[in-house]
Design a binder for this molecule. Structure first.
Ligand SMILES: [Zn+2]
Length: 99
């Protein structure tokens, strides 16, 4: 039984624009929805943020976390928004450096 659902937004501003390429093979990335049900009393709970929006308290019980990840259409590897963002930042730096 699911008691609560929480949508997680990783790097919403950075990931909103443009197309994203695979950090490994340069293939095109597509957005995929990932979800995980975590019980607030379980071991994994420490890796998740159970706080409610607006500081209204904490969610307890089975909470379904939903977030967006990226999957490469070429090599099939999966990346978190943060990993894609870090890779793009790194690439952008290299490009600037070459000028
Ligand atoms: Zn790839």
């Amino acid at each position: 039984m699911i008691h609560n659902i929480k949508r997680i937004w990783q790097r919403p501003l950075q990931m909103k624009w443009g197309r994203h390429d695979c950090p490994v093979c340069d293939g095109k990335l597509k957005k995929i929805k990932v979800s995980e049900v975590v019980n607030s009393g379980s071991e994994e709970a420490k890796d998740y943020d159970f706080s409610m929006a607006g500081g209204a308290g904490y969610m307890t019980g089975n909470v379904k976390f939903v977030w967006t990840e990226y999957e490469c259409m070429k090599c099939g590897k999966q990346f978190s928004a943060d990993e894609v963002y870090q890779a793009e930042k790194h690439t952008a730096k290299q490009k600037n450096h070459k000028k």
